[in-house]
Design a protein around this ligand. Structure first.
Ligand SMILES: NC(=O)c1ccc[n+]([C@@H]2O[C@H](COP(=O)([O-])OP(=O)(O)OC[C@H]3O[C@@H](n4cnc5c(N)ncnc54)[C@H](OP(=O)(O)O)[C@@H]3O)[C@@H](O)[C@H]2O)c1
Length: 374
């Protein structure tokens, strides 16, 4: 065989999108979850019973509405120290007051505080993480809950230059998780819980075009949302692999189900009306918070993560809306792409390629963002 024909045959064509079968299977999972989530989760109580959590410190992003609000409230009412990481700090303070008033008859003093973070600004994420790490206290659970799905909206970019779904749903939570590793080590055994979505099954990440600007794919908010959720699963899988068992930090992605929250606020009015017409199928925020609360508190979760790690499973743990482990999408198993997503993400969030290793060794790392903070 001539050298030119052998080099041609050795060229592996880069995957440009999901295959048809993967795509159909992905949509099947989405529709299945929508139609049968209530039956799948019929064994669960609502609210999910939680043990006393007085020894737990949790940071939860985006908890002034929806799933995050319910998660924060229930963790706080079970005794946890809850840090509401939000951009609307006034709304968060009002919520604490309301929850406290509801509890005052039972004499329970909630241990909740508010810290500001705007995930559309990576400077803001660095500032948040620096402020938290400076306390030198433990962090037991980081819940990356905040997210956006601006359905039907035009493509928008953050001040950092990244497509907004990718920034809010993946890049900013990835930066937060990385920068909080020192606090998570202090809180070990600890967990990073990423509120992901069944929609990642129809996602595809082009690591050369994370902003979807090359024209190879037409941008729609569905493309933005699903790619960001898949990117989060892929990044989490590599992070879980890079964290040695001794570090005691477990990374879990969860699907909350299809939940009636503000996430639908950008949906066309007709679709919002549809949401209101089918309450049977759609979870309330309290029902939608169960998988996150389970992933954050259940003692079986670290055991499950350890089992996947020992088996060198290519994907991190994924907990479904029924609080049972499930398999992430076929594309999420593509280890070569997950490694590229890891490298590309670290580059985009301004961290060195060996950031995880350095942080685990207790070394300081420089982030390109947050340098000019006063
Ligand atoms: N609802 C569903 O059916 C569903 C299904 C699958 C997955 N999820 C996921 O569940 C998570 C929670 O969503 P939700 O349904 O509860 O929707 P939601 O009610 O809209 O809550 C989203 C939260 O994220 C916050 N947020 C948005 N942009 C932010 C930013 N730049 N910086 C800081 N916080 C920001 C919002 O705060 P503001 O009020 O300040 O905007 C809000 O508190 C998201 O990750 C979503 O993708 C939801």
């Amino acid at each position: 065989m001539s050298s030119s024909s052998s080099s041609t045959s050795n060229v592996i064509k880069e995957k440009q999108r999901l295959g048809w079968i993967e795509w159909f299977r992905g949509w099947f999972y989405v529709v299945y979850e929508m139609l049968f989530q209530r039956i799948m989760a019929s064994h669960l109580q609502n609210p999910l019973p939680l043990p006393p959590l007085n020894d737990l410190t949790c940071i939860i992003t985006g908890c002034t509405s929806g799933i995050g609000l319910e998660t924060a409230r229930q963790l706080a009412e079970s005794g946890a120290h809850v840090v509401m990481a939000v951009r609307k700090t006034k709304a968060a303070h009002e919520l604490i007051q309301k929850w406290q008033n509801e509890q005052s008859g039972m004499g329970l003093l909630l241990n909740v505080e508010v810290m500001e973070v705007d995930l559309l600004s990576l400077n803001s994420v660095v500032k948040f993480a620096e402020a938290w790490n400076a306390r030198l206290g433990p962090l037991h659970v980081l819940i990356n809950n905040a997210g956006i799905f601006s359905l039907g909206e035009p493509q928008r970019f953050s001040k950092d230059g990244y497509e907004e779904h990718m920034q809010v749903n993946h890049l900013a939570p990835a930066l937060l998780s990385m920068l909080l590793i020192p606090s998570l080590i202090r809180g070990s055994p600890s967990r990073i819980v990423n509120v992901n979505s069944v929609m990642h099954y129809v996602g595809f990440v082009d690591t050369e075009d994370m902003n979807v600007v090359s024209g190879k794919r037409k941008f729609t908010s569905l493309v933005g949302y699903t790619s960001s959720k898949l990117a989060q699963v892929m990044f989490s899988s590599i992070l879980q692999k890079r964290l040695p068992a001794e570090a005691g930090i477990n990374v879990v992605c969860v699907s909350p189900g299809i939940v009636h929250t503000n996430v639908a606020r950008d949906l066309p009015k007709i679709v919002q009306a549809g949401y209101n017409l089918i309450p049977y199928f759609i979870f309330s925020p309290q029902e939608g918070s169960r998988s996150t609360l389970f992933a954050a508190t259940d003692p079986q979760v670290p055991e499950y993560c350890a089992m996947l790690k020992a088996d060198e499973w290519p994907v991190c743990s994924f907990i479904s809306n029924d609080c049972r482990p499930t398999n992430a999408s076929e594309e999420a198993h593509n280890l070569a792409t997950s490694n590229k997503v890891w490298e590309k993400t670290l580059n985009l969030i301004g961290l060195p390629a060996d950031a995880a290793e350095k942080l685990l060794e207790g070394e300081e790392i420089q982030c390109r963002y947050g340098q000019s903070l006063e």
